[in-house]
Design a protein around this ligand. Structure first.
Ligand SMILES: Cc1cc2nc3c(=O)[nH]c(=O)nc-3n(C[C@H](O)[C@H](O)[C@H](O)COP(=O)(O)OP(=O)(O)OC[C@H]3O[C@@H](n4cnc5c(N)ncnc54)[C@H](O)[C@@H]3O)c2cc1C
Ligand code: SF4
Length: 539
């Protein structure tokens, strides 16, 4: 049994944990991170192989239930129209993510004040702004300054956005025709050599891992620096529960190592970064006399208010060849024309339109055949050629509002390979989200047509697109209505912190990693500032 006490144990090695670990590694604290997955070998990413589109349906699927790898735990998402997507390894979801990296808008922190719904955050955009900027520098974010949708100070440091390509130029013409906002994507993808990494070469399949190392997954950004500063990162370690003493202070974790041997790690302070499903699962699995309903759950809100960003997909087919499958898959241009509340629409809050590149050859053929648009037989190749490289995709990212009945609970039967109870998702779309999604799908088709598409298609919510997991351990000033305080510290357990997007109060209409990492850096700074009173740590 390992049991030499460390100052800080971090559970999970995804983007939120990595940012917190790096920030804390500037102190003389002893820090250990326990991650259930392994390091990835970029040489084995699907993009280095000809069958990359097949591998994406199997061991590189975004669904843990499809991958079913040793690092994965099952998730019962039968009771939700949206299935959970994640990746369990050093880097977490950033191994597969598209690296679309917009920040929240200032209004996202004040939805109660502005729109009378949900709650305001206990902090605001201005407080987070220095941490957004620091994170952009650490990750290597590319983009263009001057976007009218954001405060003037919100400029990505990298400049040199990812190239628009023919897809971006064509879609930008469509947005211009309608007089709608568009801007080059904020992309956690380097387009010039940066901090020893080589730039993007427009291979395309970012969502299966970037073998070039241009996509800023945290195994190539934060972790090497944190480890150089002395952080110990232990892989194949799955944490079962957090232990507490009689006075309700966290004392350490119990985990299983690679061989399935149960071990204990004592710590003065514990930080969770297991995502909006993994974090409530761990808290609910940590029951004790002091916390019979799960750790830090005196409010009853652990696992409640799950927000998933219902995802709409719009597709347009163009006559002219656009080389649509070339370039970073999820990063091209975005529009926030319909981001802020407009009372003339029949919903509050809004959404982002994220212009994607087109599908690869296998996906083009499969979806064309499934929709009976590409026939088998003599016409197959001709119709396929009229689609491939000429099809443009667009995601509609709908702001989901928190609702108590959308939950992560423990499944009464399902367990992972170590026998630990697995999470169960219960989720349904609100009327507001449904109306917003319908609006986004309609506007997406409108801009596709304005850009010159001769055939449009749209649907939503997309089932396998539950990749933004938020709200299940929300922040707030009041211990009765929130799980953590305004700097990520659990109200009920003074030496337990959460840094992932579980703590989001609302979801915004943008992809979450930029904000969850900015929050993690902010929380780490607050921990450093208050070390003497959080856990008797040496400063
Ligand atoms: C295909 C795909 C595309 C995406 N595209 C974007 C995008 O373009 N932009 C964006 O902002 N977001 C995107 N996302 C979402 C983004 O990846 C996640 O929001 C983000 O990774 C969450 O970060 P996290 O640190 O909270 O948790 P994760 O990244 O999920 O990391 C948590 C880590 O904790 C580990 N862990 C969990 N439980 C335990 C345990 N009990 N013991 C030990 N280890 C544990 C897991 O193995 C995992 O490695 C995408 C996700 C996917 C899957
Ligand atoms: S397009 Fe660029 S970022 Fe995406 S996988 Fe290829 S090299 Fe990496």
């Amino acid at each position: 049994m390992t049991d030499e006490i460390v100052d800080v144990v971090i559970v999970g090695a995804g983007p939120s944990s990595a940012a917190a670990a790096w920030s804390l590694s500037e102190t003389n604290l002893s820090i250990m991170c326990l991650e259930q997955g392994d390091w990835m070998d970029p040489a084995n990413y699907p993009s280095t192989k000809r069958n990359w589109e097949v591998l994406r349906q199997k061991e590189f699927s975004p669904s843990p239930n499809v991958r079913n790898l040793v690092a994965d735990y099952p998730i019962n998402d039968n009771n939700s129209p949206i299935a959970i997507a994640n990746f369990n390894a050093v880097g977490g979801g950033t191994i597969l993510y598209s690296a679309h990296f917009p920040r929240f808008h200032p209004s996202d922190f004040k939805v109660r004040t502005l729109d009378g719904v949900a709650d305001d955050w206990p902090l605001d955009y201005a407080q987070l702004e220095p941490f957004y900027s620091e994170n952009d520098r650490m990750m290597g974010v590319s983009g263009l300054a001057g976007d009218p949708a954001y405060p003037p100070s919100a400029s990505p440091p990298g400049g040199y956005p990812v190239p628009l390509g023919r897809v971006g130029e064509t879609m930008a013409r469509g947005f211009n025709k309608l007089g709608w906002h568009w801007w080059t994507s904020y992309s956690a993808i380097i387009t010039r050599p940066y901090k020893g990494r080589q730039p993007c070469i427009n291979l395309g399949p970012c969502d299966t891992g970037c073998a070039q190392g241009a996509k800023s997954s945290v195994d190539v950004t934060y972790w090497p620096l944190a480890i150089r500063n002395g952080v110990q990162l232990k892989t194949h370690c799955r944490v079962r529960e957090i232990t507490v003493n009689e006075s309700g202070k966290a004392t350490g974790v119990i985990y299983y190592d690679e061989k399935g041997v149960e071990r204990r790690q004592s710590a003065r302070l514990i930080i969770l970064g297991c995502n909006g499903v993994g974090t409530p699962r761990l808290l609910l699995n940590s029951r004790s006399t002091n916390f019979p309903d799960g750790l830090a759950n005196r409010s009853g809100l652990v696992g409640k208010n799950l927000m998933l960003h219902p995802w709409g997909y719009v597709e347009g087919v163009f006559e002219e060849p656009l080389q649509a499958h070339v370039g970073p898959q999820g990063c091209c241009i975005l529009s926030q024309e319909f981001y802020e509340t407009d009372i003339r629409r029949n919903f509050v809050r809004g959404y982002t339109m994220q212009v994607l590149r087109g599908p690869g050859p296998v996906q083009t053929a499969l979806s064309g055949v499934a929709r009976r648009e590409i026939p088998w037989g003599i016409d197959h190749h001709r119709v396929f050629a009229s689609r491939f490289g000429r099809t443009v995709g667009m995601a509609i990212i709908v702001e989901d509002l928190p609702e108590l009945h959308n939950t992560v609970t423990l499944d009464p039967k399902l367990v992972d390979a170590n026998g630990i109870p697995a999470p169960k998702i219960t989720y349904k779309l609100s009327e507001n989200s449904k109306r917003m999604l319908a609006h986004g799908l309609e506007k997406g088709q409108e801009v596709m047509s304005a850009a010159g598409s001769h055939k449009n298609f749209s649907f939503g919510p997309v089932r396998h697109a539950g990749w933004h997991l938020m709200g299940t351990a929300r922040m707030g000033f009041n211990p009765e209505t929130s799980v953590v305080n305004e700097w990520g510290r659990c109200h009920d357990v003074e030496n337990l912190f959460i840094v992932d997007s579980s703590i989001f109060v609302t979801s915004s209409g943008v992809n979450p990693v930029s904000t969850s990492q900015a929050l993690a850096l902010y929380i780490a700074k607050m921990i450093k500032k208050n070390t003497s009173n959080v856990a008797d740590l040496k400063s």
